[in-house]
Ligand binder design. Structure first.
Ligand code: 5MM
Length: 335
């Protein structure tokens, strides 16, 4: 087994999943301000450190995706954040894209940037202790989108990024996120997500990326958030599995879904059903941001000194998702 494959399995094997705590400062500021907390580097670290030192980091969270600011911060115990995470038994990772920008030639769509100078930045992150990385391509659904241009340019960037990351001994998380915003049907989401994922693998293969040493982070197949024709959780799970079975090469060790705006409960329930019906060899786990942090953030904002209470809420969510990643969750376990 290759070293990269080993790392991937450490992150998402045995029911473990990923905490996506890589919100850029702009996004984190929105999240903190929405619950009435001032967005300072100290407050951003205080909340994140509460999560990173929770007991679920040992049993449930196999990897944490950090943002550049966080990976360079020092914890309240005067240790490096990467050490804090490793000491808890989890692996530190880092978001290395520099964000989604207007796509020249199709200005209503986005292309993710960050390839210039990436090789040197990767060496720096590796030295600080990162074991894996993340890059997110973003696609929206309309009658004409995602365009062929958006699909191919983002796939090309994801593949160039992945090749550079593996060259630097880290596991790339490949995140093509087809957004749930809009009135589209689940069938549209299925078709467009399939096109996006197929193109990603075509490019990953051309760029000689070792597919055993990546983790795919896709969206689930859902109807748009403004669609009048919502589908059941059962259908979400079945369509998601069908899409991934058709589009993902069998060498890929596993898939870690993003939550993409689903509620905490929905994201857990859908993951659980995906695992109940999973007839593939892929590990099906989670890499949730909002669906792991929302309740904990709300609780913390009421008394930012109550770290224990915040951790209790986070531990519960992490545990529920780890059960769901094994198909062992049920509603009765929720508090
Ligand atoms: C944590 O949020 C990440 C994006 O942050 P920026 O938009 O500030 O760069 C995002 O990539 C996240 O990792 C994934 O979308 C998964 O998060 P959700 O909340 O969708 O599970």
């Amino acid at each position: 087994m290759s070293e990269l494959n080993n790392i991937a399995l450490k992150i998402i094997g045995k029911g473990k999943g990923i905490l996506a705590a890589d919100e850029s400062t702009g996004t984190m500021t929105k999240r903190l301000e929405s619950v009435g907390v001032l967005s300072t580097p100290e407050n951003r670290l205080m909340f994140r450190e509460a999560l990173f030192s929770s007991t679920s980091m040992t049993d449930c969270i196999g990897g944490v995706i950090l943002y550049d600011e966080t990976i360079k911060q020092i914890s309240s115990k005067k240790t490096k954040i990467t050490e804090l995470i490793s000491d808890m038994g989890s692996l530190p990772g880092i978001k290395v894209d520099t964000g989604a920008k207007v796509l020249a030639g199709s200005p209503d769509e986005k292309i993710t940037e960050g390839l210039d100078g990436l090789r040197d930045r990767l060496k720096e992150y590796y030295k600080i202790g990162a074991k894996f990385t993340k890059w997110r391509g973003v696609y929206n659904i309309t009658k004409d989108f995602p365009s062929k241009l958006a699909i191919s340019s983002n796939a090309h960037a994801l593949a160039r990024y992945s090749a550079l990351v593996q060259e630097c001994y880290m596991v790339p998380i490949v995140e093509p996120e087809v957004l749930m915003d809009g009135e589209h049907s689940a069938e549209d989401c299925y078709e467009k997500t399939s096109n996006v994922i197929e193109k990603c693998f075509e490019e990953l293969i051309s760029h000689k990326v070792d597919l055993k040493g990546i983790i795919l982070k896709p969206n689930m197949i859902l109807a748009g958030n403004k669609s009048k024709n919502k589908i059941s959780n059962d259908e979400v799970a079945k369509l998601t599995l069908k899409c991934l079975k058709n589009c993902v090469p069998s060498e890929v060790p596993g898939i870690a879904f993003l939550s993409g705006g689903q509620s905490e409960l929905e994201a857990t329930e859908n993951l659980n059903l995906i695992n109940k019906y999973n007839d593939t060899k892929f590990i099906m786990s989670y890499s949730y941001g909002r669906a792991l942090q929302q309740s904990a953030l709300k609780f913390w904002s009421k008394d930012i000194k109550d770290i224990k209470g915040t951790q209790k809420i986070f531990n519960h969510r992490a545990k529920m998702n780890t059960l769901a990643a094994q198909g062992n969750w049920s509603k009765g376990l929720e508090i």
